[in-house]
Design a protein around this ligand. Structure first.
Ligand SMILES: Cc1cc2nc3c(=O)[nH]c(=O)nc-3n(C[C@H](O)[C@H](O)[C@H](O)COP(=O)(O)O)c2cc1C
Length: 399
């Protein structure tokens, strides 16, 4: 129901994203989109590129006088680095005499399979689009999705759980994470001691010409039960969220709730018993669920659907593949062994990836929400949402 597509090369004129399916009459402030884009640019361990870019969104369509029109929203983000690359990246420019062709694909990147697949002689034709610069466009789309979700009090947060071997304390609630304010931490790690160690780990890796991976958790509160479905494989929300998160460059694993950790325990210590409410049962606006749980090891998903608890997903990011100590590769023309290209690069981008993770989760959830409650206009959507809550919570559930 809500889908988006991106276009743009890393050093081309800019990025474009088109989002479809946001209902009409949703109030959007440009600052909300700018704020999300700024969050993606931050984080200790990032390279020089982020000092050049400003990532300002320019709305090309779908919003008028601050309100969505219910039609495709197009956003343009300029690449301020483009003037430095105009000779190389100009869409219709002549080849420059002696122009450098990139012939040494970087292991761990799209470079090698990409040139084979599209019959290119220049790795730059692949790396420009495969670059994670594209994730700025996703964050812009995700920012719109977040505004939509906030209309029903759904909020998304993330924090970094580990950097290399350094692990932070886990298991805090949405509220506790919010209070610790991951945005104010250089690595989004809300555990001061671990963060200090992790920063030192990144500094050491940079000195060695190495790079660093890690993990982050995305946490969402306010999701009513029943988003997603159990009826067909492609409608199960676990799969949709997992696919979206694994589509982020360098994300290699996704854990729903304590799913992976639970394989070491029995079922008795894995699932979340249900007790009669209201007691400490959850509120959705003025409505209250007629039951409650004491644990949330499932991470808010059971049977492919939300169950009303906080959604909790951990993502695992591999170390950045462009290295200042380049890896062995081959020259595409001669087949001889050479060292891989040294492109300007981050040493660690786990905090930025967490912000991209929030965006992808927002986009999947906004689509699931729109499927459930429909509505071409926000007024219809909100009415449907309210009447659903009234049915599942009943009169008993009201405050
Ligand atoms: C926010 C973000 C920033 C990234 N920055 C870089 C970078 O500066 N250099 C690099 O080589 N890879 C970077 N990556 C990872 C690569 O884009 C990714 O590893 C590569 O495209 C290959 O895709 P794969 O790892 O999913 O197979 C970044 C990823 C993200 C999410």
């Amino acid at each position: 129901m809500i889908r988006f597509t991106t276009a743009g090369e890393s050093h081309g004129p800019g990025l474009v994203v088109v989002i479809e399916g946001i209902p009409a009459n949703l109030l959007i402030r440009k600052e909300e989109i700018e704020k999300e884009l700024r969050r993606r640019m931050k984080g200790f361990g990032r390279g020089g590129r982020m000092k050049i870019e400003r990532d300002e969104p320019r709305f090309l369509s779908g919003v008028r006088k601050g309100l969505t029109l219910g039609t495709p929203i197009a956003i343009f983000i300029e690449n301020r680095d483009f003037p430095n690359w105009e000779d190389i990246m100009s869409p219709f420019g002549d080849s420059i005499p002696g122009e450098r062709i990139e012939r040494s694909p970087r292991p761990g990147h799209a470079d090698l399979s990409g040139v084979l697949k599209r019959n290119f002689g220049d790795v730059r034709n692949v790396l420009e689009r495969a670059s994670a610069r594209e994730t700025a466009a996703r964050v812009a789309a995700g920012a719109v999705a977040k505004v939509f979700l906030r209309a029903i009090d759904v909020e998304i947060i993330s924090y970094v759980c580990s950097i290399g071997p350094v692990k932070a304390r886990r298991g805090r609630s949405f509220e506790e994470i919010g209070e610790a304010d991951p945005d104010s931490h250089p690595l989004r790690m809300i555990d001061g001691k671990a963060e200090k160690e992790a920063m030192e780990h990144i500094r050491e890796a940079a000195r060695r010409g190495d790079s660093v991976g890690g993990s982050f958790e995305v946490v969402v509160r306010g999701l009513p039960p029943g988003l997603g479905d159990y009826d067909q494989w492609e409608r199960r929300l676990d799969g949709r969220l997992g696919g979206a998160l694994l589509s982020i460059p360098a994300i290699k694993g996704v854990e729903v709730g304590e799913g992976i950790r639970s394989t070491r325990r029995g079922g008795l210590k894995t699932h979340d018993p249900v007790y009669p409410g209201p007691g400490k049962s959850l509120f959705f606006g003025k409505y209250r669920l007629p039951y409650r749980r004491k644990t949330n090891r499932a991470g808010g998903l059971e049977g492919g659907m939300t169950n009303g608890e906080e959604l909790r997903i951990t993502c695992y990011m591999k170390p950045i593949p462009t290295l200042t100590t380049p890896l062995d590769t081959i020259d595409l023309i001669t087949g001889e062994p050479v060292k891989a290209i040294r492109e300007r690069s981050d040493v660690c981008a786990v905090p930025a990836a967490a912000v991209v993770g929030e965006a992808m989760v927002a986009l999947v959830l906004s689509s699931a929400v729109r499927e459930k409650f429909g509505g071409d206009a926000m007024e219809d959507f909100l009415r449907n949402y309210e009447s659903y809550l009234e049915r599942i919570c009943g009169k008993r559930g009201e405050e």
